[in-house]
Design a protein around this ligand. Structure first.
Ligand code: ATP
Ligand code: MG
Length: 360
C-alpha cells in the first residue's frame, strides 16, 4: 500500500452498545472521513477474535454482517477508494501469519498480558451451568489457547498491511507494544519484513487521545459497559427498543447523596447519566452539568436521559433500516479481494524469509 495505513477493528462478539458507539464507532468514522485522502483506512471485523471468549455461535455470522451495517448506519462512506472494509477470516493470511509469528513468540511474553489475565480470571469466576454471554457453560468455561494467543493474531492483523497507526484503548496498549516487538525481532533476524507500527505515545498524539471516554454500566457504575457482560440490565445496546432502553435508564443505580453533582468518584451513577445525556442529545457536557447541578429529583434527570437515549436510538435504527445491503456487499467483496492481495504479498515475504517458499 502506497499511503500510510491506519487500521482498526471492532469485535463482533455481541451487539454494540452506546459506549462502543460514542467511544469507538463515531470517532472511528470521523477519523476515516478526515484522513481518507492522505491515508489508507483499513476498517475490519475481527471475526476470528470473536470467540476467544465463549459466544453463541448460532449468532456469529449474523452479528458480523450486522456490525458492518452499523458502520454504514453510523456514517461510514462506502464510496471512498481509500477506505477498506473486510472480514478478517476472509483473508486467510491472518491465520497463516499468526502461526508463523507464534513460533517466534515466548510463552512468558503472552503470560504477561493483562487482558489475558483479566479475561481468564473473569471466566474462572463463572460457575459451571451459569450463563456467560447468553450460553450455558460447561466445558466452554475453560480458558482457550485462542484467548492466550489473541495478541499474536492482533499483531498479524497489523503487520500484514504495514499499518502505522492503530487506535488503541488502554486495554490494548500492551498488545500494540507486542506487535512492535515481534515486528522488530523478525526484522532483526530476517531483514526488513515488516513496517513497525508507531509507539503508543505517538498513536495518542496522532489520534488526539480523547481522554478515554468510558460509559459506565447502568446497574454497576463502578464498571464500564462491556458488550460481553450480557447480564443485560446495565447495558444499552444499539438494538434495544426505546422502551427497553428507557426501562434500563429508569432502573439505573444512583446514590443516596440527594443532590445532582458531576463527580465520578462520589456520584458515578449520576455522572454517567449526565454523560450519556450529553452524548445522546448532542449537547456539551458542561451545559448539561450546568442545567442539572444542584437539583434534587433524580427521577426527572432519569426521564430526560431516557428521552434523549430513546430519540437517539430511534434515529439510529431508522438509519439502519436504510442501509443499502447490496452496495455494502459489493464493497465488501471487492475490498476483500484487494486486501487478500496486499496481505498475501506480506505473507509471501515472510514465508520466503523463514524458508517455507523459495526466495524470488
Ligand atoms: P468486550 O466485553 O467484548 O471486551 P467491549 O464493550 O469492551 O466488549 P471492545 O470490543 O473491547 O468492547 O471494544 C470496542 C471499542 O469500544 C474499543 O475502542 C473500546 O475502547 C470501546 N469501548 C468499549 N467499551 C466502552 C465504553 N463503555 N465506553 C466507551 N468506549 C468503549
Ligand atoms: Mg473490551
Amino acid at each position: 500500500m502506497s499511503k500510510p495505513v491506519i487500521l482498526t477493528g471492532l469485535r463482533a462478539n455481541n451487539d454494540l452498545h452506546i459506549g462502543n458507539y460514542f467511544g469507538a464507532l463515531l470517532p472511528l468514522i470521523d477519523m476515516a472521513k478526515n484522513h481518507a485522502d492522505e491515508y489508507e483506512i483499513n476498517l475490519f471485523v475481527p471475526d476470528l477474535h470473536s470467540f476467544t471468549t465463549p459466544i453463541d455461535h448460532a449468532q456469529l455470522h449474523g452479528q458480523i454482517m450486522h456490525n458492518l451495517k452499523l458502520f454504514v448506519a453510523a456514517g461510514l462512506p462506502l464510496d471512498h477508494p481509500n477506505i477498506h472494509i473486510y472480514r478478517q477470516s476472509y483473508v486467510p493470511a491472518h491465520s497463516e501469519l499468526t502461526w508463523i509469528l507464534d513460533c517466534f513468540t515466548g510463552m512468558g511474553e503472552m503470560n504477561r498480558m493483562t487482558q489475558f489475565k483479566d479475561k481468564s480470571q473473569k471466566l474462572l469466576e463463572v460457575k459451571p451451568g451459569e450463563g456467560y454471554a447468553g450460553i450455558t457453560l460447561a466445558k466452554e468455561q475453560q480458558i482457550s489457547v485462542g484467548l492466550f494467543n489473541y495478541p499474536v493474531l492482533m499483531a498479524a492483523d497489523i503487520l500484514l498491511y504495514g499499518a502505522t497507526y492503530v487506535p488503541v484503548g488502554d486495554d490494548q496498549t500492551q498488545h500494540l507494544e507486542f506487535a512492535r516487538d515481534i515486528a522488530g525481532r523478525m526484522n532483526n533476524k530476517f531483514g526488513e519484513l515488516f513496517i513497525v507500527p508507531k509507539a503508543v505515545k505517538e498513536q495518542h498524539e496522532f489520534f488526539g487521545k480523547e481522554q478515554g471516554l468510558r460509559i459506565k454500566d447502568l446497574s454497576d457504575p463502578s464498571r464500564k459497559m462491556s458488550k460481553s457482560d450480557e447480564t443485560g440490565k446495565g447495558i444499552i445496546f444499539l438494538g434495544d427498543s426505546p422502551a427497553e432502553a428507557s426501562k434500563k435508564v429508569m432502573a439505573a443505580t444512583t446514590d443516596s447523596a440527594g443532590t445532582i453533582h458531576h463527580d465520578m468518584d462520589k456520584q458515578p451513577g449520576i455522572s454517567n447519566l449526565l454523560q450519556i445525556h450529553a452524548l445522546a442529545s448532542g449537547e456539551e457536557l458542561t451545559d448539561v452539568i450546568g442545567k442539572y447541578d444542584g437539583q434534587t429529583r433524580y427521577g426527572d434527570l432519569k426521564k430526560d436521559v431516557a428521552a434523549s437515549v430513546s430519540a437517539m436510538l430511534t434515529d439510529f435504527q431508522a438509519k439502519l433500516t436504510q442501509v443499502d445491503e447490496a452496495a455494502l456487499m459489493t464493497k465488501l467483496e471487492s475490498d476483500e479481494k484487494q486486501m487478500n492481495e496486499v496481505a498475501n504479498a506480506t505473507l509471501l515475504r515472510v514465508q520466503q524469509a523463514v524458508g517455507l517458499r523459495a526466495k524470488a
